[in-house]
Design a protein around this ligand. Structure first.
Ligand SMILES: *Cc1c(COP(=O)(O)O)cnc(C)c1O
Length: 374
């Protein structure tokens, strides 16, 4: 069998960092790959496929309707576009020219992040409200004007301190007839999040298909109200206009649907135990060497419900050196240089890969024993 990576001179790594896009994010299950392979050989009416898979995903995730885009960023672009265009196809087709349209999308200062560019990519202007460490209800109310098209909300735990609760944002926005878009790209597990934001009143919620859902890297999901999703289907790819660049292939669409089926069928408790066992293994190995002060963290980087292994680095070993060493072993790990810690997510590890990571950690522990490089 051909080894494509070797043939083309691309190195193969173990991803012990997390669902990081730069490293490929996640792995598709065999059943997902089988669905992709099968559909790839067939021609379909993409709009019919979008509707049929959307219905299926909506039913599985307790939502009214769903749309599949090329990634969460593409999905956010489309959400912004349909909020600005309303029901007007003509207005949609003029985007990113927003002349005469409500084109401001409100973002809480505490949640302002690099993915907000995705709504600007539709032609929207981001309007920041509140302070970095505090948003009071009147600040959001004051930010809503004649120009407001939507509020964009990111429920990542790292932003919680300075944010308003989603329900409060929905209450304020809906009172003025403004839709709320939730960027929940990485907020899984728990899988209940697939419907929790909708139930809290979000008009559209976006998830990345290629992160914990383990769908194709080039897939993204919008779940939401039928009215909003109908607009996504009417205006979004494969139609022409600004979001043509958010086009999902039939492979991505079927792959995401199959991945969501697997995700919903999974025994969540059993999966957590499986991941926890790997984390315990990693922590136990690190316990044997003085360069690590290891501990277990029960959340992902934005508050998701899965365990990770952490270690504060001791004996003068720096996070940078550790990352470089692991990289030389063809392993990606997470590091925090300010805290001088390393962290490892079990999400993308097989049992065997976990063993390889343990071996590399042990070798690093022996190498820097007592601070001296042996
Ligand atoms: C990862 C991420 C995205 C982008 O997801 P893609 O599917 O890679 O486009 C957007 N928003 C947040 C908060 C994310 O974590």
């Amino acid at each position: 069998m051909r080894d494509y990576l070797q043939e083309y001179g691309i190195e193969r790594y173990i991803n012990a960092h997390d669902t990081i896009t730069l490293y490929g994010a996640s792995r598709m299950a065999e059943s997902t790959l089988e669905a992709v392979r099968q559909v790839s050989g067939c021609f379909v009416d993409i709009v019919q496929m979008q509707r049929a898979l959307g219905e299926r995903i909506a039913a599985m995730t307790h939502n009214e309707a769903a749309y599949i885009a090329n990634c969460a960023a593409g999905a956010l672009q489309l959400c912004a576009a349909v909020c600005m265009a309303g029901d007007s196809e003509a207005a949609y087709r003029r985007l990113p020219d927003t002349t005469g349209l409500c084109s401001e999308i409100i973002v809480l200062h505490a949640q302002h992040n690099c993915y907000d560019k995705a709504v600007e990519a539709a032609g929207a202007r981001v309007r920041i409200v509140g302070d970095a460490d505090e948003t009071l209800p009147f600040m959001l109310e004051d930010g809503i004007t004649e120009a407001t098209a939507a509020v964009l909300y990111c429920p990542a735990s790292i932003y919680r301190r300075g944010s308003l609760p989603l329900k409060e944002v929905v209450r304020i926005a809906h009172a003025r007839g403004i839709p709320v878009i939730v960027d929940a790209a990485a907020q899984l597990p728990p899988r209940e999040n697939l419907w929790a934001f909708t139930q809290a009143g979000a008009d559209m919620t976006v998830f990345s298909g290629g992160k914990t859902l383990c769908g194709p890297q080039t897939s993204g999901l919008i779940v939401g109200t039928r009215a909003m999703i109908d607009r996504c289907i009417r205006f979004g790819a494969p139609m022409h206009g600004i979001c043509r660049s958010a086009k999902a292939s039939r492979e991505s669409m079927i792959g995401l649907c199959a991945a969501i089926e697997s995700y919903m069928a999974q025994d969540a408790q059993q999966e957590k135990v499986r991941l926890g066992a790997m984390v315990d293994r990693l922590v136990e190995v690190m316990c044997r060497y003085p360069i690590y002060s290891p501990y277990r963290v029960e959340q992902g980087s934005v508050g998701q419900d899965y365990p990770r292994a952490f270690a504060h680095l001791e004996c003068g070993v720096t996070a940078k050196e550790m990352a470089a060493y692991m990289r030389s072993r063809r392993i990606f790990i997470g590091t925090d240089e300010r805290e001088n810690t390393l962290y490892i997510s079990p999400l993308n590890l097989t049992e065997q890969e976990c063993g390889e990571v343990c071996a590399a950690l042990a070798d690093a522990g022996a190498r820097w024993a007592g601070g001296a490089v042996l």
